[in-house]
Design a protein around this ligand. Sequence first.
Ligand SMILES: *Cc1c(COP(=O)(O)O)cnc(C)c1O
Length: 375
Amino acid sequence: MNIGKLELRDREESFINLNPLQTGGRTTSDARKAIISYIDGYSICDWCKGALHITTEPDIAGFLGEVSDFLGMDYALPTNGCREAKYGVMHAISTGGSILCDGNMHYSSEVSAERAGLKIYKVPNKGEPEYKINPEDYSEGFELIKKETGKYPELALLTHVDGEYGNVVDAKEVGKICNDYSVPFLLNTAYSSGRMEIDGKKIGADFIACSGHKSWAAGGGNIGILAIKEGWQDKVFKPGANWKSKPLEILGCSSRGASLLALMASFPHVKERVKKWDEEVKKARYLVNELEKIDIKQIGEKPKNHDLIKLDTPVYDNIAKTHKKKGYFLYYELKDRGIIGMKAGRTRKFKISTYGLSWEQVSYVAESFLEIGGG
Ligand SMILES: *Cc1c(COP(=O)(O)O)cnc(C)c1O
């Protein structure tokens, strides 16, 4: 269907979508209703009390309290996304020193650090074929920075689950090292919180950044969460000098619309779904097992601990060489079977996600990939 020149989108309704960026942000029906009811500009401000995060109709203040408990943290604010949460922390902390990050960090962490004036150091991953981050390497990184700059870094960042391999790093180990060195620890949970249970206290995180539209079944725009530990509110949630209810780092009110309502409407579902994380991991492992029966190899940690799966697929690359649709054949073959979410034209290396699919769908996806590969 079209509205003028605008083609309306139809994906989750009619297809099995494997796009890792999108599977955890697939909205619930409650979120869809909330989005429509709060679709008009500034409708979230009907009962404004001076700032978004203290609003009680709708009960944003209450929701933020529940979210910080859910994450094992003490305070939370809404942000426009995970990157804005990370940038807020970095900007509040930075005095122009350095930050130690993992080598699998997302580009948005890198540009946030750059914008906050922090010099970036990286803990490299261990290379092929698993590209793992070794938590102990954070100590080495801290020492190296001390040697080079005379000071330990002002902040450490860990990408809990990276968007390239879907590797899950032991955040608690990194947290322990950061706490030993008294370096504040920012955990990027864009691909973890909202999918799996996160306990910031156990992990030893000072700050947790979340992505609502990636992993908390929220949509209707961008939405994130910044959760912090007791003791940091004066620095990170500091209000404007003349605007005592407006936190500086979120420019007073951050995400002021339907996407925050979507996050709130999906939250009861998210609280339940994180308990079923083990089942999600089983689905990913099952699919990898099936696909590796033909000339396909999973890249990244083995066995998988996450639904984001990176594959190296010589089998499809070989077919593309002689196929009349060239590299596009895979996209069309899958689409004919009702499966989408792959970049059209890709046949050698790509990423998929099994998150939220039923077992029936997962086995149908496995069968389809095998059939297309001639297996
Ligand atoms: C997607 C992603 C982000 C960005 O999330 P936004 O909420 O869109 O800012 C950050 N980090 C990682 C690891 C990601 O995969």
